[in-house]
Design a protein around this ligand. Structure first.
Ligand SMILES: Cc1cc2nc3c(=O)[nH]c(=O)nc-3n(C[C@H](O)[C@H](O)[C@H](O)COP(=O)(O)OP(=O)(O)OC[C@H]3O[C@@H](n4cnc5c(N)ncnc54)[C@H](O)[C@@H]3O)c2cc1C
Length: 415
């Protein structure tokens, strides 16, 4: 068995570490921060077979142009002179077609369902202690047009064999009798699930440490030493060298900077999003996670608090919190949920995260031309959903086993 070094301890790196350790490898993890404290921290934790439409789609192209002119919209692109952004945008727009969505919906369904099955397996073994809420997902609509669009998604979902339906106001009331929503209807995806992402990462971390996996935190990998087309060692910001037989690059949005040192050009842009939590109160007495369709706000209930998250800002690798966008999440949530009145003082754990986004909306997972390096990144809005699937695929690749999912669509050199 080999010694494997994982660069980046977000959900993708930790799931990879888990499956590699289980298959007998000596694993170590390097993270420039604390593990799980970047994009994998304050996200909505949704596991979404229902998200079989790629991020690049015709709808986002049409709405995106309108959203760009509206400072209160859920999407924002800050124009800047950057050749990487230009290349990404040209590719992204070329994938905003119905054909692209159709070509990838079976793949996205399959990999999400595979990951959900792996979550269920993890729940049933005694290594990890976490909660998997299997309460489905509501996509709440305030406008007729949105509900019509959701009806179309539901039809496609049914054709894909997913458990999906359209709910009217009474159906929503039946599902969530203790909360009142300002919505005309919703689509409902019964198989979708959710976790608390940081708790999940912490339980993997605890398991790995108990099993002598070394986790180097606050240890940034800056460079590589190559010999005969192989990485011999990685170099940290403290100028220390670590050797290993195999390397996994799972540094989220920072994977593209690091991989460029190895001549690999991963087209990626950060999609910045925000979240905050609010303690549970009478207006928040529901169990089904939901997305407010018109505003693209995700709301995930936990035992004692509810997390509100949203926004997609393409503005470089900048983590600053944008007051206006955060306030919009607060205001629109107050508008969709009757009797809810979140005030600024009620908002806890204010957070921003950089989604690593490829131009076609699919991850990058696979072997590189460097014989002992595997890349797993660009999970955009689905890193939690696809965490276990990605980790298992990474482990299968290192073990030279056939992956359960055909990974061709996630090829690193596809552009
Ligand atoms: C508001 C919001 C809501 C979201 N909701 C959902 C959701 O409901 N469901 C879902 O599936 N996804 C969701 N996502 C997306 C999800 O959070 C990401 O896809 C996922 O966290 C990416 O995981 P990662 O491991 O690739 O990256 P990260 O979590 O960013 O991990 C990368 C790690 O690499 C480390 N690193 C970086 N550079 C270096 C270096 N040079 N050396 C060593 N370490 C390094 C970082 O410190 C970090 O810990 C959401 C995102 C946002 C912003």
């Amino acid at each position: 068995m080999s010694k494997v070094a994982i660069i980046g301890g977000g959900i993708i790196g930790l799931c990879s570490a888990y499956y590699l350790h289980k298959s007998g490898h000596e694993v170590c993890i390097f993270d420039s921060n604390e593990v799980g404290k970047q994009c994998s921290y304050g996200n909505a934790g949704l596991i979404v077979p229902s998200h079989f439409e790629t991020l690049a789609n015709l709808g986002i192209l049409k709405k995106g142009l309108m959203w760009m002119l509206n400072p209160n919209s859920p999407f924002f692109l800050k124009p800047r002179l950057d050749i990487g952004l230009l290349k990404w945008l040209i590719k992204f727009t070329s994938f905003c077609t119905n054909k692209h969505v159709q070509n990838n919906q079976h793949f996205l369904r399959d990999i999400n369902l595979y990951s959900l099955d792996l979550y269920k397996d993890l729940l049933n073994n005694s290594d990890l202690d976490f909660t998997l809420n299997q309460n489905g997902l509501l996509m709440l609509c305030q406008k007729e047009k949105s509900l019509e669009e959701e009806a179309h998604v539901v039809n496609c979902a049914k054709k894909l064999g997913l458990n999906a339906s359209i709910l009217n106001k009474e159906d929503i009331k039946e599902l969530e009798p203790n909360t009142s929503f300002n919505a005309i209807g919703a689509s409902y995806f019964k198989d979708d699930s959710n976790i608390q992402p940081y708790d999940f990462i912490m339980t993997i971390k605890k398991y790995l440490l108990k099993n002598d996996v070394k986790i180097y935190e606050n240890c940034k990998i800056q460079d590589f030493i190559l010999k005969n087309n192989q990485i011999k060692s990685i170099i940290t910001n403290k100028n220390e060298k670590y050797e290993a037989d195999e390397f996994v690059l799972s540094s989220g949005i920072f994977s593209s900077q690091l991989s460029s040192k190895l001549g690999l050009n991963l087209l990626m842009q950060a999609g910045k999003g925000f979240s905050f939590t609010v303690p549970k109160n009478d207006a928040l007495n529901f169990k089904t996670p939901m997305i407010l369709v018109e505003q693209k706000i995700a709301i995930t209930p936990y035992d004692s608090y509810v997390r509100f998250g949203g926004t997609m800002m393409i503005c470089g690798n900048d983590l600053s919190i944008n007051e206006r966008r955060i306030n919009n999440i607060r205001k629109y949530s107050n508008n969709y949920i009757n009797n809810l009145n979140i005030q600024k003082k009620d908002m806890n754990d204010l957070w921003s995260g950089l989604r690593p986004c490829s131009p076609d909306g699919l991850p990058y997972i696979g072997k590189t031309k460097i014989s002992n390096l595997i890349v797993a990144t660009a999970h955009a809005m689905m890193g939690v959903s696809l965490g276990p699937a990605s980790g298992k695929i990474v482990s299968d690749l290192i073990n030279e086993k056939k992956t359960q999912i055909n990974i061709k669509k996630m090829a690193l050199y596809r552009f």
